[in-house]
Design a protein around this ligand. Structure first.
Ligand code: ATP
Ligand code: MG
Length: 332
């Protein structure tokens, strides 16, 4: 059953130089119990898509089209108040850089208690017990709940934000770059913590990260974004093991897998597309080794591939897939 359905989401920002077309017709579906990854380079529109679907865009951001349905309810047409309730009760959001946005003058425990008491009718004593329990769940010392954010390391502060997000046992956890800025060992532990808890409270996960290795380890399905457009989508096995989109192939080489963290990433040559107008051609054409006239004549639609749960937006899916097969297995 579908938990979250995003259809044709289009988002722009107002700026001094005109509108920035940050998300262009993005669609994806998270089924119940599924962990979903949203991957892509910096500026590809990952955070914008998350903020838009949660109704949390900054003032200069605007949803220009599309729909977002969560458990059958249309999130975009709700009043701010209704959406706020859904957000706390059923969807937990761990924003990018959450660990740096904790209130410095309140203890971590007090911040979590405040969140709980706003939405649940619980006594102060019960809220305190719950915070201790949450600290334990995320691997923090429950005797440290009354300490301030600056008394914790970055990894610990990230655990506090996870505890806060999980306080009300949501059905969906949206985590934007929860491991970025942390050292590799701490990153792995944070990912393990999110997975453990998520399994315990039986929620789904929307994990946003530029690190596809983390998605490979934690998610069932994913979408690869580039220039605000979905380039490839489907199961992790299909998309990451047998990519058919040249952008995914480039991304795979440009980011180290979790198991191969010692390898230096190789960046895809070229720079990201301009976002000053909606795309009229393949957004990756400029940087793509398979580029032909067709690629600059029209934007390739995201189409279903013959295998189940695999879609790609590329005019040259067959050629790219054949070249990949030849590169990995010259006998074929
Ligand atoms: P990162 O990996 O760096 O977090 P991202 O994939 O989350 O990147 P977004 O932050 O969604 O990317 O940005 C998408 C595009 O929208 C970028 O070109 C960015 O510069 C632009 N953008 C983001 N926020 C704003 C804003 N408030 N006003 C104007 N443009 C914005
Ligand atoms: Mg972001």
């Amino acid at each position: 059953m579908s938990l979250l359905e995003v259809e044709d989401l289009t988002v722009t920002y107002g700026s001094d130089d005109g509108r920035v077309h940050a998300v262009n017709g993005v669609s994806f579906e998270i089924r119940e119990g599924v962990n979903y990854g949203l991957a892509g380079e910096s500026g590809s529109g990952k955070s914008t898509a998350a903020e838009a679907l949660l109704g949390l865009l900054p003032n200069n951001g605007r949803v220009d089209g599309g729909s977002v349905t969560f458990k059958g309810q249309d999130l975009l047409s709700m009043s701010d108040e209704e959406r706020r309730d859904v957000l706390w009760e059923e969807i937990a959001y761990i924003p990018q850089s959450a660990m740096d946005s904790l209130d410095p003058v309140m203890t971590c425990g007090a911040q979590i208690r405040q969140a709980i008491q706003k939405h649940r009718n619980v006594s102060e004593a019960n809220a305190r017990d719950r915070v201790r329990e949450l600290f334990e769940m995320v691997g923090l010392d429950p005797d440290r709940t009354e300490q301030y954010p600056h008394e914790f390391s970055g990894g610990m502060r990230q655990r506090v934000t996870i505890a806060m997000a999980l306080a009300l046992e949501p059905d969906l956890i949206v985590a934007d770059e929860p491991t970025t800025g942390l050292d590799v060992v701490v990153q792995d532990k944070i990912v393990d913590t999110i997975l453990e808890i998520q399994e315990r409270i039986d929620s789904s996960l929307l994990l946003i990260t530029h690190e596809i290795g983390v998605i490979a380890e934690t998610c069932d399905d994913l979408s690869i974004l580039y220039g605000g457009t979905v380039m490839e989508q489907g199961s992790v096995d299909n998309v990451l093991v047998n990519p058919t989109n040249p952008y995914t192939m480039g991304l795979k080489n440009s980011f180290p897998e979790v198991e191969r963290l010692s390898e230096d990433p190789v960046a895809i040559p070229g720079s990201p597309p301009s976002l000053d107008a909606p795309p009229t051609e393949c957004v990756f054409a400029d940087r793509c080794p398979f580029e032909t006239e067709e690629c600059t004549d029209s934007e390739p639609p995201l189409v279903d591939l013959p295998n189940r749960n695999h879609r790609s937006a590329c005019h040259h899916v067959d050629r790219a897939a054949r070249m990949r097969r030849e590169a990995t297995d010259p006998e074929t």
